[in-house]
Design a protein around this ligand. Structure first.
Ligand code: BGC
Length: 711
């Protein structure tokens, strides 16, 4: 492998040999599925820098054309949305979504997801995943909340950095690692009304405080590419915003990879956002703002050539962009080895499947249990509900069922285990009967037989009811105004509840829905989100106590749609002090950030904090009868600050596994920066004064021990 200096020298040599046309082509990313084979081959021969959404042999053909038939033979870099596994390939290992995985609060889970995904993507002859999403899922009406690592900048940053390390390995140059892409830079999830890609009510101060930290962590972890966001800030689309693109990303974060626009983001400046009259104008703005690669808007090629010729874009601007792209290609060793070989035979291999199972187990969050779980004495279990046996709903967005073209008809490819199948296998192993009935559909009017479900469940000893959402309610342009359970799912719940049989509600959904009494009036409530291939098996294991659930919510659950956003780190107000919310709802979320239980409870005591060294410690004791994993969470509050600061903000967490009765002292080495804020001058500072440190089981007041101190 070349060192950095050698790479820089080589980049300059290549650049010096490139024509203006070749530089412009290097900046173009061609959408294979839309352009088609012939057109794509033509682009490859012209020296296009990248293609997206092309798999296996089609990609290999493009690469051969680029290397053998373009003048300079610069290798193409292939990008793909491998979002929770290389799911667009129907034989790949499919993991829980980012949101589900975030509930593991386990960075090793994220790192391994990245590593396995990278290996499978590389084996498919591809180099680059458009992942991770580092947007925050704060307004949960947004259709893409499933793609986030939840609502909190600290947790999202930790998980994001870990998955980047998994994708890229040491330096992306070996056969089994690929390029990661932190997206969508920035503030995409914060659109007004959570309507996908609309304007963002944001200031640069707020952006720096809440939305930038995960990207900073990804850059520090070496992420090699960044994708811009569809939204806008104070009237300027992010894609052409010089402050975020240049000053912050390159200047302050020191990002040295390349920037790619999002899908047709250049044309959207004309067609959707109406800030440019012509594509040419949009291309000028996009190039000058510092976009290195232009996704799908292939008109950029001609437009930027004329813009350079008539002086609107400097050739040096193209040089910079191409420099960034070539640097990454050289770091990845693509000039020596344009095709990564991956690890033949690794698709869905035992090792990978085991990782998917482990991730699903650790992502599961048990949120309520009056003692009914784990199930022991039962002869017959009824598994009921629309999402009990729907692998599409279990997978959620970004698999072969959904993209690049909606493909719900695709036959499901084994292995996978739905909740119904997991429960059937678990019941069979225990000599129990398991009966299933769908009851109703998630969407209105497709299917309903609540009476049939009642008949199936009537003589059961326990009911596992699986509700949630379906793909039609998830993803880009699928924001929801109503988060309550859709269709006849509540009627199905009520019918089950009326039977008086112990009732476990399971949520298989893309995000927190306003589940209301379907959770509160059940005997137990499990949140599975989209658990991937083995999401259903994980539920069955939890139900029977084969695993001791240890997931914690990475996102808060609202009591009703109108309560959204309900994230925990809100700013204090006057009338909304102390979590006071709406006059027609109880205070606070239904389930809070950080919340989750298992089959053992943990006691916290002996909180210590050394003001000199900033070392904090707490004693945690497993009060239960089973070994369990606790996630110890550290929050702080800046008591008086020059700008409003959150009522509490997560700054650290650690997991500890404890045997029954066992105690451990969990320590945290904190720094002054952990207690910082962004002041009115947009500087990150730690202001002197009083602080509160809170350590405990979740973000809920009653779960936290507190100490006060001054800095
Ligand atoms: C999405 C990106 C995605 C890209 C390519 C866009 O519409 O916003 O997240 O990576 O398409 O599929």
């Amino acid at each position: 492998m070349m060192d950095n200096r050698q790479i820089m020298t080589r980049v300059e040599e290549i650049l010096a040999s490139m024509t203006l046309e070749e530089k412009a082509a290097q900046m173009v990313q061609v959408p294979y599925a839309f352009a088609g084979r012939e057109e794509s081959l033509r682009w490859a021969k012209m020296g296009a820098g990248s293609f997206l959404h092309v798999l296996g042999d089609d990609a290999r053909e493009i690469q051969r054309a680029a290397i053998e038939q373009s003048r300079l033979g610069i290798p193409v870099i292939f990008g793909i949305d491998a979002i929770h596994g290389h799911g667009l390939n129907d034989h790949a290992t499919i993991f829980p979504t980012q949101l589900a995985a975030a509930c593991s609060w386990n960075t090793e889970v994220a790192r391994i997801m990245g590593e396995v995904t990278a290996r499978e993507v590389a084996t498919d002859g591809l180099h680059w995943t458009f992942s991770p999403v580092l947007c925050l899922g704060r307004d949960t009406r947004w259709g893409r909340v499933n793609e986030t690592f939840g609502e909190d900048p600290y947790l999202a940053g930790e998980m994001g950095a870990a998955i980047v390390r998994g994708y890229q390995g040491e330096d992306m140059s070996d056969d089994e690692h690929i390029l990661a892409c932190a997206k969508h830079y920035i503030g995409y999830g914060e659109a007004v009304g959570a309507r996908d890609s609309c304007d963002t009510e944001m200031t640069y101060r707020k952006l720096r405080e809440i939305f930038l930290p995960p990207f900073k962590k990804a850059v520090d972890a070496g992420v090699g590419s960044i994708m811009t966001a569809y939204g806008s800030i104070d009237g300027t689309p992010f894609t052409i915003d010089p402050v975020t693109m240049k000053d912050i990303l390159r200047g302050e974060l020191g990002f040295d990879g390349f920037v790619v626009t999002d899908w047709d983001n250049v044309n959207s400046l004309v067609r959707r956002q109406h800030v440019c009259e012509t594509t040419e104008e949009a291309c000028v703005l996009a190039a000058n703002a510092g976009n290195d690669m232009i996704m799908t808007s292939t008109e950029f090629y001609q437009a930027v050539l004329s813009a350079v010729r008539d002086g609107q874009v400097k050739e040096e601007t193209l040089d910079d962009a191409v420099r960034h792209i070539l640097t990454v290609k050289l770091r990845m060793n693509l000039f020596e080895k344009p095709e990564k070989t991956g690890r033949p035979g690794c698709f869905g291999c035992e090792e990978h499947l085991q990782h998917a199972k482990d991730a699903a187990d650790k992502s599961l969050v048990l949120l309520g249990n009056n003692g009914v779980l784990p199930l022991r004495e039962a002869k017959k279990i009824a598994v009921i509900g629309p999402n009990a046996d729907d692998v599409r709903a279990q997978y959620g967005d970004w698999t072969y069922f959904t993209h690049p073209k909606l493909n719900l008809e695709h036959e499901p490819v084994r292995p996978y285990v739905t909740v119904k199948e997991g429960m059937e296998a678990a019941c069979a192993a225990r000599g129990m009967t398991c009966a299933y009935h769908r009851g109703c559909s998630v969407l209105d009017g497709e299917y309903e037989d609540i009476a049939g479900a009642v008949e199936t469940a009537r003589d059961a000893d326990a009911i596992v009811l699986v509700v949630g959402d379906v793909i039609a309610q998830v993803g880009e342009e699928k924001d929801r105004a109503v988060l309550e359970l859709s269709g006849r799912q509540m009627a199905l719940f009520d019918a089950m509840r009326a039977l008086g049989v112990p009732l476990v509600t399971v949520l298989v959904a893309s995000k927190p829905l306003a589940v209301g009494r379907a959770a509160a009036q059940a005997d137990a409530f499990i949140c599975a989100f989209n658990g991937g291939m083995f999401g259903g098996e994980a539920v069955a294991k939890a139900v029977f106590g084969e695993i001791n659930p240890c997931g914690r919510l990475a996102i808060s659950f609202p009591r009703a749609s109108g309560q959204v956003p309900v994230y925990y780190n809100q700013l204090p107000g006057w009338h909304c002090q102390q979590g006071k919310g709406y006059c027609d709802l109880p205070e606070g979320p239904l389930y809070a950030f950080g919340e989750g239980m298992g089959y053992s409870a943990f006691a916290y005591s002996d909180l210590t904090f050394d003001r000199e060294t900033l070392m904090a410690g707490v004693k945690v004791t497993n009060m239960g009868e089973r070994t369990g994993t606790e996630t110890v969470q550290v929050y702080f509050n800046d008591v008086v600050s020059s700008v409003l600061t959150p009522v509490k903000q997560l700054i650290a967490f650690k997991q500890v596994e404890l045997a029954p009765g066992e105690s451990a002292v969990v320590e945290f080495a904190l720094s002054r920066e952990d207690f910082s804020l962004i002041n009115r001058k947009e500087e990150r500072v730690t202001e002197p004064g009083g602080f509160e440190l809170m350590i405990g089981h979740s973000s809920r007041e009653q779960d936290l021990l507190k100490t006060s101190f001054r800095l």
